[in-house]
Each structure stands twice: as structure tokens, then as C-alpha cells.
Design a protein. Structure first.
Length: 161
């Protein structure tokens, strides 16, 4: 497979999230591909029904020669290595790594949907994408991530740290 440009969203709200995210970026560089660009760091209230600490999020733009399935498997290994335990959907976590974009690919499998299906509805994911590549076009919606951020109805406040 030729090199693909991938945007990942890293986040967490348990433990020393900033340190965990830094460690994750180092491991991503070693195991998945070259880190080309990193967004600003943002803090946002937790999304979903479970009361919990605010999340810290960062976008990472990488180049990788691996297939989407292999990248997903490596991400799951990194999450486990950094202490992620899956208790409940939208629950607190030490680290969460989502694939937002995988080149221009559109993937819809039981284990992976790309572009991330909730991306247009979540400012905390769109803002790091805008930092990295504001003109990036969503391959299904045919709108730039900057336009999606402007049109996003998410009311959670995304604070740059």
C-alpha cells in the first residue's frame, strides 16, 4: 500500500493525560508512521451521558504505509499499552485514539468507519483537524473541515490550552 495521510484524534481524562498523549505520539511514530503535524491541545467537557472529568484532545497528522485494519490494530495495542480499559461507552479513559481520516478512503466495516461518523457533530474533533489542515475535504460530505466546524451544532466549549 502506498503511503496514506491519516488524521488521528488522541484524548483522555484519567491520570496525567498530557503525559499519556505524549507517550502515545512517540509510540505512534515508532509503530505506525511518521508524525507530520500535531494540532494545538484542547480541553472540552466530556461528551455523553456519564458525569466525568474534562477531556484533553490533540490531533495528529501522520503518514503510514499500513492498511487501515493494521493501523486500527496497532492503535488498539497502543491504547492497551497505555492503560486503556474499556468499561462503558463514552466513559472515562486514560487514552482514546480515533482514526478521523485515512487519506480520502471511505471505509464502512463492523470494526472501522472512516471518516469518523461523528466527526461533523463534535467540535473537539473538528478543531484539531482545522489546526492541521483547514481545507481538508470530507470525502462523503464534500465540505472542508473548516466549514464543518463553522456549521457544527455541538454546544460544548473547546478551550485551547
Amino acid at each position: 500500500m502506498k503511503s496514506q495521510k491519516i488524521i488521528l484524534l488522541l484524548g483522555g481524562n484519567q491520570g496525567n493525560t498530557t503525559e499519556t498523549i505524549k507517550k502515545a505520539i512517540v509510540i505512534i511514530q515508532k509503530k505506525i508512521g511518521e508524525v507530520v503535524c500535531i494540532s494545538n491541545t484542547y480541553e472540552t467537557a466530556a461528551w455523553g451521558p456519564i458525569p466525568q472529568n474534562n477531556f484533553i484532545n490533540i490531533g495528529v497528522y501522520i503518514k503510514s504505509v499500513f492498511t487501515p485494519k493494521l493501523v486500527l490494530n496497532k492503535i488498539l495495542e497502543i491504547e492497551t499499552q497505555l492503560g486503556r480499559i474499556r468499561h462503558e461507552k463514552y466513559g472515562p479513559r486514560t487514552i482514546d485514539i480515533d482514526i478521523l481520516f485515512f487519506g480520502n478512503l471511505i471505509i464502512n466495516t463492523p470494526n472501522l468507519i472512516v471518516p469518523h461518523p461523528q466527526l461533523p457533530n463534535r467540535k473537539f474533533a473538528l478543531q484539531p483537524c482545522v489546526d492541521i489542515k483547514p481545507a481538508l475535504i470530507h470525502p462523503i460530505l464534500n465540505k472542508s473541515v473548516k466549514t464543518l466546524l463553522i456549521q457544527c451544532s455541538d454546544t460544548l466549549i473547546v478551550t485551547k490550552l
